[in-house]
Design a protein around this ligand. Structure first.
Ligand SMILES: NC(=O)C1=CN([C@@H]2O[C@H](COP(=O)(O)OP(=O)(O)OC[C@H]3O[C@@H](n4cnc5c(N)ncnc54)[C@H](OP(=O)(O)O)[C@@H]3O)[C@@H](O)[C@H]2O)C=CC1
Ligand SMILES: CC(C)(CO)C(=O)C(=O)O
Length: 318
């Protein structure tokens, strides 16, 4: 099957799904978008990517769906719904061909392990780590602030040998690169997910609790200290589990953040719009995996307690 015959499904068209899906449409691919609250707006006006680094991208008409059962059976599915989404297994099973390649574009630990038992055994599950700064500015409107790289690692499914897995990842990389999306291939997903969490665990939660963007957070000595201490806890837990975290990662992450435009992470937007936050994927799993190897993570635990408090307050008022 040539690349142009492949059907791509976007499961959850928010910031991540809208951005990567639109890039793939722009690259000439046949892309089908599953939407929820923004279905009508996207049907009428399409999807616009307002980027600080690329020219504006507008796609219209959009092959948009409200129900996965109405989508054509897809070869590749990019999952842009958050780790808090319900029924993802059923939705993916309905939208994919039996041997579909499912790329999970979520942050956090063990999302693939939780999704795997809910998928048909014949489907391939691939972890996709997105290094990008995006948020939804309005219905069908995504703001792209910087980056865009996706790292792909095979998690599980019918490809057993390393060669088969790498061949599938190369197919995925070629597809993404047809949409001008830089892609790297990983030997697995675990290590990269832990490394990414060194950034997301402090910045996502602190942006909510302190109601602040990255520029203010890296510029203030008190928040810098807290971010550093939280990073150190994540690194200690990762290393205690045998995960390789390179020396100097904290300095490297601060430098990278200092040169980024002021960014409010995805969790901040959930808090702002009173949606469930990804507390289990970013904090609950981390604490559990840390405890298993005798690591306590007091700053992370305190962050989780504060986020739980804030979330309970706004969800109970809805
Ligand atoms: N934003 C970013 O820059 C980055 C985000 N990430 C990760 O990517 C993931 C997605 O984040 P992001 O794009 O920011 O989140 P968004 O909230 O912008 O997007 C999630 C989308 O999934 C949709 N959705 C949820 N459940 C369903 C369902 N049952 N059926 C159809 N659609 C559904 C939501 O619909 P509705 O409109 O109804 O809410 C929403 O459009 C998260 O795990 C995040 O941590 C990773 C790196 C960077
Ligand atoms: C770490 C960062 C900000 C940029 O690479 C990102 O990808 C995220 O918000 O999850």
């Amino acid at each position: 099957m040539s690349q142009s015959d492949l059907k791509i499904g976007i499961i959850g068209t928010g910031a991540i799904g809208g951005f990567y899906g639109a890039m793939l449409v722009n690259g000439g691919n046949d892309v089908h978008f599953l939407l929820r609250s923004e279905y009508q707006a996207v049907k009428e006006k399409g999807i616009t990517i307002n980027s600080l680094v690329n020219p504006e991208l507008h796609i219209h008409p959009v092959q948009a769906y409200q129900d996965a059962a109405d989508m054509p059976k897809c070869d590749w599915l990019l999952v842009g719904a958050k780790s808090t989404a319900d029924n993802l297994g059923d939705i993916i099973a309905a939208a994919g061909k039996p041997d579909a390649k499912v790329v999970l574009l979520q942050n956090g630990l063990n999302n693939e392990d939780h999704l795997r038992p809910l998928l048909p055994d014949s489907m391939h599950l691939i972890g996709g780590l997105c290094y990008v700064c995006l948020f939804r500015e309005g219905p069908g409107l995504v703001k792209h602030q910087s980056n865009g790289m996706i790292d792909l690692g095979y998690h599980s499914g019918p490809a057993v040998s390393k060669e088969e897995q790498q061949a599938l990842l190369k197919e995925g990389a070629a597809l993404l690169e047809s949409g001008n999306i830089p892609t790297r291939l990983l030997p697995g997903v675990d290590e990269a997910r832990w490394q990414k969490l060194v950034w997301n665990a402090p910045f996502n939660g602190i942006s909510v609790v302190l109601n602040a963007g990255t520029q203010e957070l890296v510029g203030n000595p008190a928040s810098r200290k807290l971010i550093t201490e939280m990073m150190e806890e994540v690194i200690a837990a990762a290393r205690a589990r045998g995960i390789d975290i390179p020396d100097g990662v904290i300095g490297y992450m601060f430098k990278g953040t200092e040169i980024m435009p002021d960014y409010y992470p995805s969790m901040y937007h959930d808090w702002l719009h009173k949606r469930p936050m990804e507390l289990d994927a970013l904090y609950g799993e981390l604490l559990r995996l840390g405890r298993e190897v005798g690591c306590s993570l007091p700053k992370i635990e305190a962050m989780l307690d504060q986020l739980k408090f804030l979330q309970a307050r706004y969800l109970s008022n809805q």
